[in-house]
Design a protein around this ligand. Structure first.
Ligand SMILES: Cc1cc2nc3c(=O)[nH]c(=O)nc-3n(C[C@H](O)[C@H](O)[C@H](O)COP(=O)(O)OP(=O)(O)OC[C@H]3O[C@@H](n4cnc5c(N)ncnc54)[C@H](O)[C@@H]3O)c2cc1C
Ligand code: FES
Length: 257
């Protein structure tokens, strides 16, 4: 069930250039049922900014009723969020959306997890859950440059981890798509910029692929239609899915990206 809660900030730390790791305590952690779900955060006090900001859940600690998010300080909302510190309260709506289906891959099979930039965080909880089921996991993570790289050590704990940077300052120079060409897998899960998702969808139309989409959001709960995208099997009638409540994770080919 979706809840709105005032969550206490446990810690907030800058883990790479303009990349923040934020841990909060929340009663609704028990409602989180899949990696890749997200929350909607009210970052300001009054009506400015009016809209909540969607941020993915990157790891869950049910025993201590806490969860962690990782976000990039970008515009007004995330800049306000980065100013908050331990002990402060954050108005959070969650958990939202449908996450990655972990049962699509069997124990002993191989899952390839491909993340780009700020699409990397939800793959961390996914990797933890897949490896605990006995699935072999390979990570391919892409960033702009060395100062933006985060969580390499954390992902390495769960499986092979390849890093690509666009400028070649760390790992392999280029895009994640250059690395994944050489890898074998049974199921691919990905989250990141739309051009990356499109390239992966095209490259692996014959494989089992799940994509997490980002769309601008209003309500986050399926009521305002701000986040709709077209389904790909339209005949004469146009049909739509809502990224916030039908997604953000879709099977490749289910919606037009
Ligand atoms: C399901 C989902 C999960 C996300 N998870 C993460 C995450 O884990 N870490 C992270 O850093 N970012 C994540 N994002 C993107 C994040 O929501 C935006 O970067 C953030 O809202 C920007 O807010 P801002 O005020 O700093 O920027 P501004 O550009 O000032 O925001 C202005 C408005 O645009 C909207 N907006 C801007 N960029 C985006 C975007 N890419 N997607 C959706 N709305 C946008 C904001 O919500 C706001 O309403 C996620 C987005 C979605 C939809
Ligand atoms: S954000 Fe309102 S319907 Fe998706």
């Amino acid at each position: 069930m979706i809840k709105k809660e005032l969550c206490k900030i446990i810690s907030q730390e800058e883990i790479a250039n303009d990349i923040f790791q934020l841990t909060v305590s929340a009663d609704f952690v028990n409602e989180i049922n899949a990696p890749g779900q997200f929350v909607h955060i009210k970052v300001g006090k009054g009506l400015d900014p009016l809209l909540r900001r969607p941020i993915s859940i990157s790891s869950v600690d049910k025993r201590n009723s806490q969860f962690t998010m990782i976000y990039r300080k970008e515009g007004k909302g995330t800049t306000l969020l980065a100013e908050k510190g331990p002990g402060m309260l954050l108005d959070i709506l969650g958990p939202l959306g449908n996450g990655f289906p972990v049962n699509e891959v069997k124990p002993e099979e191989t899952a390839l997890l491909v993340g780009g930039g700020i699409g990397v965080p939800p793959l961390y909880e996914l990797s933890k859950q897949l490896t605990s089921k006995g699935v072999k996991v390979i990570h391919v993570l892409g960033f702009q440059t060395e100062s933006a790289v985060f969580y390499e050590k954390e992902f390495l704990e769960y499986g092979n981890t390849y890093i690509a940077t666009v400028d070649g300052s760390y790992g392999k120079k280029g895009f994640v798509t250059d690395i994944i060409k050489e890898l074998e897998f049974d199921c691919l899960y990905t989250c990141g910029p739309t051009p990356m998702l499109k390239a992966i969808e095209k490259q692996y139309s014959h494989k089992k692929v799940f994509l997490s989409l980002e769309e601008r959001m209003g309500c986050g709960v399926g009521a305002c239609f701000a986040c709709v995208c077209k389904t790909s099997n339209e005949l004469e009638d146009v049909s739509y899915k809502k990224v916030c409540s039908d997604g953000p994770v879709f099977r490749a080919g289910e919606v037009l990206i």
